[in-house]
Design a protein around this ligand. Sequence first.
Ligand SMILES: Cc1cc2nc3c(=O)[nH]c(=O)nc-3n(C[C@H](O)[C@H](O)[C@H](O)COP(=O)(O)OP(=O)(O)OC[C@H]3O[C@@H](n4cnc5c(N)ncnc54)[C@H](O)[C@@H]3O)c2cc1C
Length: 504
Amino acid sequence: MEQAASRTITIVGGGSAGWMTALYLNKVFNDGVRNYQLRVIESPDIGIIGVGESTVHSVRFFLAAMGLDEQEMLREVHGALKLGILFRNWMKPVDGKTHEYFHPFEHQRLGAGLDINSLWFAAGRQHSERYDEGASLSAALMAAAHAPKGPGSRPYQGVVPYGYHIDATLMARFLRRKAVEAGVEHIEATVEQVRVANGEIAAVETTAGEFTSDFFIDCTGFRGMLIDALREDNWESFETALPCNRAVAIQRELEPGEAPKPYTRSTALSNGWAWQIDLVNRQGTGYVYDGARLSRDEAEQELRDFLGPQSEVLKCNHLSMKVGCRREFWVGNCVSIGLAGGFIEPLESTGLHLINLGAGLLATHQPERVVSQSIRDSYNRLMVGFYQDLKQFIVLHYCLSNRDDSEFWRAAPATVEEVPWLKSQLEIWRHKVCEFHDLAGSFSTTFSDENYRYILYGMQHYPEVRAQVEATQAEQVFGELARRQEQALQQTSPHGDYLRQLNL
Ligand SMILES: Cc1cc2nc3c(=O)[nH]c(=O)nc-3n(C[C@H](O)[C@H](O)[C@H](O)COP(=O)(O)OP(=O)(O)OC[C@H]3O[C@@H](n4cnc5c(N)ncnc54)[C@H](O)[C@@H]3O)c2cc1C
């Protein structure tokens, strides 16, 4: 007979954060032995945010570790595959052409003698090709609109790392179904009151009665209803560094006859940037902008003008965004995960990844009512570090821009003043390539030196590399890379064909 769990964890919120966390903790703690009774309280009256449709590649590992079937997931969420992001217009046109570059998830570690990056500069290749094209397989696959996989590829495996494009609402439903099937209790009720005693949450009073619990997880989105009840002054705003605090999201049909692109598009507009995320049945788009410089109506009009009239608009939604994070994610017997814990604008599609990190760390720190304060401190230090680090990486995209066509863009270089480490590092990266060791001591588990290089060199922040190399050495390394690109193209299918073959 199954033994009743002696401790209860209550998660409030049924968006991606609530259900990913529930699935994860259930898998880690209740597989075989049932350590915790896990319940999710989700309001039937307060919707989920319904955006968040592009992921980084680590979300693949989360889904695989949960034992979920990749094809089933893709089918249920109208999903497509993503090899990276195409940044467009983030700088003035180059040689009369729109500035653009890919930020893939992958990097090649080739080289003999000089590392591949120094070699790329030493050989002067920046004058004739883009770094992403010269240093990755993914850029070639994206340019050819290929999937990272072929007909024989195994689930969750590709010739290069990949993430997904997903319907956010359907994803939350899919995760909920899987969590409930795995034994998580689902309660539909709205929390009306959070009862606090001795610095801890004693109970939540809901439309379906009162629930006590040993531990609570706040996944109530931007409301942060539980964590706010425990501590005032618990929010560090990032708005001076990242001023985009509003978004308008439009769902529309794909252009007729167009296969979903295997990458997210991020195009800089007058006061922020627009995303385009292709699913199999529609496109999710949106404009993330600085609400102090642009009104709602102006933003919506600019987005509609940018998208053009070709496709029918299915839905339009305006959102306010709280950009920053908790000073303490864990207070008393409550941890905040997802938007309740923090939010960095979605330029690098990191929301679900941060949930994954938050839930993973909670499992190792152990969600108990009575814990050493050092455990809370450790969790808080790591989570704050991840968010601060990510803030820095996002600022990198803006501060290197040379656009001067609006006040927003003229102010963008000064955002680096908010992240002193980055400012000094940018000076160093004028004189040497960016390498792994430069990020030593940082929290950059999400984005490492590889990612920094794609942005730095995509934004033409080049180092002066003085080494001379023989042409043959460069030809050998970059010739090998070109061969691998060719091989990758042969091993993979066009993205549209791959999705059709899965009956998506
Ligand atoms: C404009 C924008 C674009 C984004 N793009 C991306 C992206 O491309 N990739 C990515 O990974 N992330 C992205 N994100 C982030 C992503 O949307 C979120 O990280 C993710 O959806 C998790 O949201 P959540 O579950 O924390 O909150 P929500 O989805 O808001 O869910 C909150 C839940 O709490 C419940 N709730 C609230 N109050 C109560 C109450 N009183 N009682 C009971 N239940 C309650 C609600 O019913 C709901 O179920 C984006 C975010 C924004 C704003």
